[in-house]
Ligand binder design. Structure first.
Ligand code: 3H9
Length: 634
């Protein structure tokens, strides 16, 4: 039999092994599903084989269903069919799991009789981030295995369960040193004979009343996300509904949610995040520089946070401030933050000791001499910043990357203060050591390609989502937020109350933020006209974002409309299930958005002048990204 390239097969005594080899992440696309199904059937027909093992790549058992197929429709055998085949087979199946075991990949393992994990195994149901629920048995089988509250927590938080916890929860039978050890164990088990242990035959342990508190917690953080409501429903169902019926409900719900605007928006964000890491005009062979040591200049709260972020990422870092009193304040603040993290359970003792050991403090700028990357988190004053860059240029070793943190100063003017403008780049950390993941990476006119490649590769190490932007005051995020804030104030001046604006946007999932709320509270309302409706308030705020976003695209400050979405989802609390402002505008229809903007332009004046890119996209019936390309071609 010829073996398709998505798998490998091997016979080890009485064990038939199917290796999943669909790089990079073993997504369960049509070809892999077919290959697994055929190989499994062939092993079942082989009288020498007593049990079958599914083994993934060392770092990816499987990332789950192939998300690209969700938009195009899936061809049989569907994952649910492959799973049903494994469950109905005359021979037991084992899953040998190393690395990522997500979504449909996780569900594939729940069809197996025994799960053996390597220490790097990571189980998760990320479907909720795609606006959906597990659709191949997860909502019905996981509760039967680990109980309703634990299953709901795993499904609605999309958190990762590592091997040790998985063993404690009963998700896997054993954790072995590596996949080879797991194969040896599976081979011995097959020789000895394996008893069938279908999860579907079990009842959910505990009582359904245990679900009340878990459901309340889940729904409390749902912020209007449909999938969370459905997940609660599904897990409850597992207690008192036969498996077949529960799975039929789950399949229908998965299909219904998959077609929803919320799910489409979240799939858009998933691919947009990955696209944002790519820089289209970097030569393919651009090699990033090695980063093994960092320095941060300026020890106020931003600088201290950036230094902590490097230390957390495993990079030795020195935090420098020539003001000794500032350094002492930073030392105390950092110690306090770390203690809080440890006391709150966010970090364990040994990790904290290791992080502390990586972070030094110094009052000497010369301490930056050996760093591969130096971040200046100094001031918003150009003269002072140029002086610091000029000093760093003299002190730092050749090849060191000099970074400005901030969104207001002109990076090209800063770079001119050095003899190495190619090594100068911007990193705008919104909240360096906090939950905000956005990192705007600012490319100057002379920033070298390998410097861009280095910083784009450094961001994920710092647990940040990078988006490459060009030089302008405010960069992408703050410039758009300014336009939004100005509109909020105008609305209040026209007679809307701050509470009304707040409610209109909260209903959409957007929090206008305390600063804006305070600014609005001071505005004088002079209603000139009919009271503003919630819908109009919302459209005016959102379309200001979109129109400004179009201008940033035209100016080349933002590379793609989807990059702007990533900026707003990761940096400014825009709800993921809305997909970001630009996706929302495209989902509503660009012609409708433009019609509103033209109307406001007539009514409210020049700040509403439609962006030419938006006009062209509507005129030519294109998406915003396609309109940018069509302009480039023209
Ligand atoms: C599901 O399973 C539904 C079931 O319940 C029911 C079905 C009936 N599909 O992120 P990376 C691509 S829903 C297609 O850069 P990393 C990704 O786009 C699914 N493509 O790597 C990228 O492509 P490119 C539930 C996928 O190491 C490349 O692989 N599963 C998928 O930083 C590398 O990805 C999820 O939601 C996929 N499932 O992180 C898992 N996954 O190079 C989603 C990845 O062209 N995936 N790609 O840009 C992840 O969380 C991360 O990708 C993972 C790897 C942690 C796996």
């Amino acid at each position: 039999m010829s073996v398709p390239r998505q798998i490998g097969i091997e016979t080890r005594g009485a064990l038939g092994v199917i290796y999943l080899r669909n790089a990079p992440v073993n997504a369960l696309g049509h070809a892999l599903r077919t290959a697994i199904s055929d190989a499994h059937r062939a092993f079942c027909a082989d009288p020498e084989i007593k049990a079958i093992a599914l083994v993934g790549l060392p770092k990816f058992f499987s990332a789950g269903a192939d998300i690209r197929e969700f938009a195009t429709g899936r061809k049989p055998p569907l994952l649910t069919e492959v799973i049903a085949q494994i469950e109905a087979a005359p021979k037991p199946t084992l899953a040998l799991i190393g690395g990522v075991c997500f979504g449909g990949g996780f569900e594939l393992t729940l069809a197996c009789d025994i799960r053996l994990a390597a220490p790097n195994a990571r189980f998760s149901f990320p479907e909720i981030r795609l606006g959906n629920i597990p659709g191949a048995g997860g909502t019905q089988k996981l509760p039967r295995l680990v109980g309703g509250p634990a299953a709901l927590d795993i499904i609605v938080t999309a958190r990762e369960v590592r091997a040790e916890e998985a063993a404690a929860l009963g998700l896997c039978a054993e954790v072995l040193p590596d996949l080879e050890a797991a194969l040896l164990r599976a081979e011995a088990m097959a020789a000895a004979g394996i008893e069938r242990q279908p999860i579907g035959a079990r009842a959910v342990p505990g009582d359904i009343s245990e679900m009340d508190a878990a459901a309340e917690t889940a729904l409390g953080v749902a912020r209007g996300a449909l999938a969370v409501t459905r997940a609660v429903e599904g897990v409850r169902m597992a207690y008192d509904t036969p498996l077949e019926q529960g799975q039929a409900w789950e399949r229908e719900t998965f299909i219904e949610l998959n077609a929803s605007d919320q799910s489409r928006a979240q799939r858009h964000v998933f691919f947009a995040e990955r696209e944002a890491r790519k820089v289209p005009d970097l030569p393919r062979d651009t090699a990033p520089r090695e980063i093994t040591r960092a320095a941060v200049v300026g020890a106020d709260s931003a600088g201290a946070g950036i230094a902590m972020c490097f230390a957390r990422a495993g990079l030795p870092v020195v935090l420098i401030d020539t003001d000794a009193a500032q350094i002492e304040r930073a030392r105390a603040r950092i110690a306090e933050l770390w203690d809080q993290a440890r006391d709150g359970g966010g970090i364990d003792g040994p990790t904290l000791v290791a992080q502390r050991a990586r972070l030094e403090l110094s009052t000497e700028l010369h301490a930056a001499a050996s760093a591969d990357v130096v971040v200046a988190a100094v001031s918003e004053d150009m003269t002072q910043t140029q002086e610091i860059f000029s000093a760093l240029d003299r002190i730092c070793k050749p090849g060191a990357i000099l970074v400005n943190n901030g969104a207001t100063l002109d990076l090209d003017s800063i770079a001119q203060a050095t003899r190495r403008p190619g090594d100068v780049i911007g990193m705008h950390f919104l909240q360096p050591d906090g939950a905000v993941r956005l990192l705007e990476v600012v490319r100057g006119a002379r920033t070298a390609p390998e410097v861009i490649a280095t910083v784009m590769a450094l961001a994920p190490r710092l647990d940040k989502q990078p988006v490459l932007v060009g030089v302008c005051d405010g960069l992408v995020g703050n410039r758009m937020v300014r336009a939004f804030g100005r509109e909020v104030q105008m609305l209040v001046e026209e007679g809307a109350t701050p509470d009304q604006v707040d409610a209109a946007l909260a209903g959409f999932g957007v929090d206008i933020g305390q600063q804006l709320r305070d600014a609005c509270a001071g505005a004088q309302g002079q209603p000139p006209r009919a009271p503003l409706t919630e819908d109009e308030i919302r459209r005016r705020c959102l379309w200001q974002l979109v129109n400004t976003g179009c201008r940033l695209l035209e100016e080349g400050i933002a590379l793609r409309a989807s990059d702007i979405d990533v900026i707003f989802v990761h940096g400014y609390g825009f709800p993921r299930f809305r997909g970001g402002p630009m996706h929302h505008a495209e989902a509503v229809g660009l012609s409708k958005v433009l019609a509103d903007i033209r109307h406001y332009h007539e009514m409210l004046g020049p700040r509403w002048a439609p962006a030419p890119l938006l006009e062209r996209a509507v005129r030519e019936g294109l998406s915003l990204d396609a309109a940018m390309t069509s302009e480039a071609v023209a």
